[in-house]
Design a protein around this ligand. Structure first.
Ligand code: GLA
Length: 355
């Protein structure tokens, strides 16, 4: 079913936003630290036109479902359409001078859902981009990311940082996106051409994901209180060694974040100096810390990471919020075929995605 089939006319606006894979820097965004994701080819596309019946009609190609509403009240059971409602709500709240209009909206996406590659942020960023285009509104890419975060954090009510929205709004395909989440300053960095990243899908433990993410979020907020700092991102590795925490669990979570921030800075230096083996080593250390100190991995994921390295990757780690989803591996291009031939002996080709 296309936009034309559903609405019987052509769309006026078409906007897209891409998913991302985080290369290094996990749970460091909402603690005022550093992250380094890169865009993926997967994207969410929004087609939009004016609706003259004073209602919003939204169709999702993925769910093959149409929702009709004329208010911005969130549903009780977190429907997919709430993300669109949230974008409309945040947009019209922010730009009160813009007169409310109603729309037909068509969502299509090839982003695998619930795998830690930010499908929801791509949905929000592309929807806000479509509204921006329709009204020809002056909104910077950075502010659009801030609004997209408002949708997820304030309207939908999920904990999270700003990494996904920032890269989805501002990132450039093929470049690493180094972001300082404290002040939203970013750098787009070229990755040496003779290397590539590859994703391997693991089993997803859906229910565990959001509750465990929130648990880690809360533990890190306790760590910030313990140290009397606004952000763990301002704590140096040397300070960690002399810090006291409420308990050993909080100390381990904080350790991951504090050392991870340092790893992101080293990772950035290593790309700039073309030291890609060092980058791979940092990815491996990041995974070890994510798995042992942060306890955000699963045995299936640890196995994939180990196997990918055995097959020839120089670095591999779990990417995203944790508890399943995609792993990302770094492989030298001239060794890619060899790695691929070996890895498909262990995992089916439909679980493997080249970046
Ligand atoms: C999710 C969140 C991000 C970030 C990562 C973990 O993807 O949306 O803001 O916190 O988890 O690094």
């Amino acid at each position: 079913m296309s936009f034309e089939n559903i609405f019987n006319h052509k769309h006026q606006i078409k906007e897209s936003a891409n998913a991302r894979v985080n290369l290094i820097g996990e749970h460091t965004d909402y603690t005022g630290g550093y992250v380094m994701p890169t865009l993926l080819g997967f994207k969410n596309t929004i087609k939009l036109s004016k609706n003259n019946e004073k209602e919003f009609v939204v169709y999702s190609e993925h769910f093959k479902e149409k929702k009709i509403f004329n208010d911005f009240i969130k549903s009780k059971d977190n429907e997919w359409a709430d993300y669109i409602k949230g974008c409309l709500f945040v947009f019209f709240e922010e730009y009160k001078k813009i007169k409310l209009e109603y729309f037909n909206i068509y969502i299509s996406s090839n982003i695998p859902l619930e795998r830690g590659i930010s499908s929801s942020s791509a949905l929000c960023v592309s929807t806000l981009k479509a509204l921006k285009s329709y009204f020809n509104a002056q909104i910077s890419e950075k502010h659009l990311a801030v609004l997209a975060k408002k949708v997820e954090y304030d309207y939908i009510g999920v904990s999270g940082g700003i990494m996904d929205q920032m890269i989805s709004s501002i990132g450039i395909y093929g470049k690493a996106f180094f972001l300082d989440c404290k002040n939203l300053k970013f750098e787009l960095i070229n990755f040496p051409a003779n290397w590539k990243f590859c994703l391997i899908d693991s089993k997803v433990q859906r229910n565990l994901r959001s509750s465990s993410y929130n648990e880690r979020f809360a533990e890190l907020k306790i760590a910030e209180k313990d140290l009397n700092v606004e952000h763990l991102g301002s704590v140096k590795v040397s300070d960690f060694l002399i810090s006291k925490f409420s308990n050993t669990v909080v100390a381990s979570r904080a350790k991951h974040v504090i050392f991870e921030n340092d790893r992101v800075l080293q990772a950035k230096e290593s790309i700039l100096n073309n030291k890609i083996l060092k980058f791979g080593k940092l990815m491996n250390e990041s995974h070890e810390s994510y798995s042992n100190d942060f306890e955000a991995s699963t045995s299936d994921v640890d196995e994939i990471v180990k196997n990918s390295i055995k097959c020839g990757a120089v670095g591999a780690r779990l990417t995203g919020g944790g508890f399943g989803g995609f792993t990302v591996s770094l492989i030298k291009k001239d060794q890619f075929l060899d790695w691929y031939k070996k890895i498909i002996q262990l995992y089916s080709p439909d679980k493997i995605f080249e970046v």
